[in-house]
Design a protein around this ligand. Structure first.
Ligand code: PGA
Length: 251
């Protein structure tokens, strides 16, 4: 019902030449991963090289952000139309680094997600609590509010077309992963909020990825949870062999 999706978020890493080399190594390693959808999210300058490198393979292309306007006087921004023309299938929106460092809010995340959907690109909407919010017992409420704010404005049909990514901020790039039980607890809450927004049938189809220090040795445990439908992988996606081991978590 929900084919697992493993997406690599390269963040601000890899030149176009490096992207070509990484994908030349990665594509043959993951092409046989039955039943798992694989995507890579290079930085914008490497997208075209990446598109050529994954052409004809099952690896899908993702971008790391987009602006909500289709075109115009928005210096430094990139539109959904531009990404669609490159063959981008997914776009990450509202990553915690965008929220913390670049001013993204639930409202702007929802606008970005809506623009992606209009261009037939699936947004990967990121949510997640800070360490302080977890330690004060507010993780579930914070994440539920982010889902309502970032996905609610898309309407019931739109909310049913996104991918969600739960990424606890304290687990990103820290080597500290949420336990499978912690991830499952939050994912179940996210699905229940999606049920309110999109209806239970649509909510049952939405994939909810876990992100935050996913590695070859912890991915299988996370994926065994009923509401964990994939992973958004940062550091471990920058090396072909390591990322392929994450993708091939079943073997
Ligand atoms: P990480 O990053 O795997 O390096 O923790 C995950 C992310 O930020 O998407």
């Amino acid at each position: 019902m929900r084919p697992p999706l493993i997406a690599g978020n390269w963040k601000m890493n890899k030149t176009p030449s490096e992207a070509r080399a990484l994908l030349a190594d990665l594509v043959p390693r993951v092409s046989g991963a039955a039943g798992v959808e694989v995507a890579v999210a290079p930085p914008f300058p490497a997208l075209e090289a990446a598109a050529a490198a994954v052409a004809g393979s099952p690896v899908r292309l993702a971008a790391q952000n987009l602006h909500w306007e289709p075109a115009g006087a928005f210096t430094g921004e990139v539109s959904a139309t531009m990404l669609a023309d490159l063959g981008v299938a997914y776009v990450i929106v509202g990553h915690s680094e965008r929220r913390q460092l670049f001013g993204d809010t639930d409202e702007t995340v929802a606008r970005r997600a809506a623009a992606a959907l209009d261009a037939e690109i699936t947004p990967i909407v990121c949510v997640g609590e800070s360490l302080d919010e977890r330690e004060s017992g507010r993780a579930l409420d914070v994440v539920a509010a982010q889902v309502r704010g970032s996905v609610g404005p898309l309407g019931a049909a739109g909310a049913g077309r996104v991918v969600l990514a739960y990424e606890p901020v304290w687990a990103i790039g820290t080597g500290r992963t949420a336990t499978s039980a912690q991830a499952q607890e939050v994912h179940a809450r996210i699905r229940s909020v999606l049920g309110e927004l999109a209806g239970p049938d649509r909510a049952a189809e939405v994939r909810i990825l876990y992100g935050g220090s996913v590695k070859p040795d912890n991915v299988a445990g996370l994926m065994a949870e009923p509401d964990v439908d994939g992973a958004l992988v940062g550091g471990a996606s920058l090396d072909a062999e390591t990322f392929a081991s994450v993708v091939c978590f079943r073997v």
